[in-house]
Design a protein. Structure first.
Length: 263
């Protein structure tokens, strides 16, 4: 599984303060801790409090790149902010994200092609969050079709079913998990699948348990990647073990340590 660490996000108080103060050591420490814990890439998000996200994302990218060459996922709903980060990125880039709205697709797919970036597509539109598996599949097909029309390779595309909090959308959970499997059979070669994992437990009491249970279930339906907190060791152990049981990792008695060293 491809793990994207979620913690360099201005919505967290410590990161928001570090961005405001331009505190490089704090950002770099957060980056290195996530990588040591097994993150394959790092999400970079200025957060809602940033007064100048175009400038702040450039600073974040340059700061993180001083200590790692891991891929960076540029996380913003504003194409101008994304492009600002892409202009200074040296590592492999991921655009997080586009929706299924044609206006967004027409901007972000060419941008991803121009910079050789991978692209995350959210199954959401101006009509809002889909309520059924079929609606999710329809939006996924729209994103995949638009990418194909523009010559963007499906292997560089990640489709997100939009994970909702279980405490408000419990009835949708089976559809969300099943969507992960169905996205994989829309085209050939198949697209990748991804979730923003922490959304599933938002507002709940047993966040860690809900996160890791959902993740294991999603892995069995073909989940390729997740944006999550890699410092949650039990969560990471569950993800690694799920792939071991699915024969995607080679067993040894120290397989957990072996996986982390490989990462």
């Amino acid at each position: 599984m491809f793990i994207i660490g979620e913690l360099i996000n201005g919505m967290y108080q410590n990161i928001g303060k570090a961005i405001k103060d331009k505190d490089k050591p704090a950002i770099q420490e957060c980056a290195l801790k996530q990588i040591k814990a097994g993150a394959d890439a790092l999400d970079i998000n200025c957060g809602p409090a940033s007064k100048d996200p175009v400038t702040d994302i450039k600073w974040l990218v340059e700061t993180v790149q001083e200590v790692t060459d891991k891929p960076l996922a540029l996380d913003s709903s504003k194409p101008g902010v994304i492009e600002s980060g892409l202009k200074v990125i040296k590592n492999k880039a991921i655009i997080n994200s586009t929706t299924a709205d044609q206006q967004k697709l027409d901007i972000l797919i060419p941008l991803a092609k121009q910079y050789g970036a991978k692209l995350i597509g959210l199954t959401i539109s101006t009509k809002g969050v889909p309520q059924t598996k079929d609606q999710r599949l329809e939006l996924a097909a729209m994103i995949i079709s638009s990418a194909s029309d523009k010559g963007f390779p499906p292997q560089d595309l990640y489709i997100d079913p939009i994970v909702l909090p279980v405490n408000v959308a419990q009835a949708q959970m089976p559809d969300i998990i099943e969507s992960i499997h169905e996205f994989k059979i829309v085209c050939e070669p198949p697209v990748n699948t991804i979730v923003g994992l922490s959304n599933v437990s938002q507002g709940t009491q047993a966040r860690n348990l809900i996160n890791r249970t959902f993740l294991v279930m999603a892995v069995t339906r073909g989940l390729d990647a997740a944006i999550l907190d890699p410092l949650d060791r039990e969560l990471m152990d569950a993800a690694i073990t799920a792939e071991l049981i699915l024969n995607k990792q080679i067993y040894c008695d120290s397989y957990l340590d072996a996986y982390r060293k490989k990462s």
